[in-house]
Structure formats: C-alpha cells, structure tokens
Design a binder for this molecule. Structure first.
Ligand code: SF4
Ligand code: SF4
Length: 143
C-alpha cells in the first residue's frame, strides 16, 4: 500500500482477476459484417509456406491490399466469411494470423467490462463455465 492508501492492484485494469474463455470453434468470429483480418509479411510467408504456395500466388488468391502497404485476407462479400472458413472450420488454424489467435482478448474488447460483455454476445466461448485466463496471460496477448 502506498502513502495515499492505494494498493498497486488498485491501478490494474478491471480484468485483473482474469477472464473466462474457451473457443468452441463455432466460427462466429470468422464471418459476419465486413471487417479486416490483417496479416503481416511474416504471417503471409508462414501461411503461403503451409499451403505450399509461392508468396505471389498466395497473394493473388487470398489477399486484398488496403491502402499502400497493408494486407488483409479476402472475404466473401455476400456472407462476410473469411476466405479460409470452410463450414465452421479454419483451414489454416495452425498458422492463422495473430489477430485470430488473440481474439477475443483485443484491446478494444478489454477497454471496459461493458465492451467485454458486448464481445460475449458475439462469441459463445466467453462464458462463466470456461477456463480462466490470468491477467498476465491476457496482457501477453496485447503485446
Ligand atoms: S466466436 Fe468465439 S467461440 Fe466462436 S470461433 Fe470465434 S473465438 Fe471461438
Ligand atoms: S484465418 Fe481462420 S481463424 Fe482467422 S478469420 Fe479466417 S477462418 Fe477465422
């Protein structure tokens, strides 16, 4: 406790006790309204390699350029499905981009309890029955 009577833990975010989540593989976050699944150069190289494609080929088939230098995965304009979503399964699960690996622990969802509850309406894996992710684990996702 400091001289003002505050504990160090008083300055930690609202989710300092951790949050409960376990992906059910429902595919809900891979579809829906228009959005961007951003991919870095390293991720592009990793996914292309996994699929046995040259980077140029991979780009032509699966990427869209946004602005001058950013890339996102293609999506079906009518359904909003990510190009790699087949049925409810991600076809590149082991090499999926960080944006996918870290959902729902995104800064915008963690901004407030209200935002987290809004995310829970879209993601069935956020549940009181799911395993607890510690504060430290959650913070690592934000790096
Ligand atoms: S919406 Fe949630 S539970 Fe469903 S696939 Fe995405 S992260 Fe998993
Ligand atoms: S890459 Fe996989 S996990 Fe990410 S949005 Fe597409 S289907 Fe979903």
């Amino acid at each position: 406790m400091n001289k003002n009577g505050a504990d160090a833990s008083d300055f930690l975010p609202w989710y300092r006790e951790g949050l409960r989540f376990e992906c059910t593989g429902c595919g809900g976050c891979c579809t829906g309204s228009e959005g961007y699944v951003w991919v870095s150069d390293d991720e592009i190289a990793g996914i292309a390699k996994d699929l046995g494609l040259e980077i140029d080929d991979f780009g032509k088939r699966y990427l869209r350029r946004v602005g001058n230098s950013k890339y996102a995965l293609l999506e079906d304009r009518s359904t909003g499905d990510c190009v790699f979503l087949f049925g409810r399964r991600c076809m590149i699960y082991d090499v999926r981009p960080k944006q996918c690996r870290t959902f729902p622990f995104w800064a915008e969802n963690l901004k407030s309890k209200k935002n987290w509850e809004a995310a829970a309406e879209e993601c069935e894996g956020i549940s009181e029955d799911a395993p607890l992710h510690t504060f430290e684990e959650i913070e690592r996702n934000l790096d």
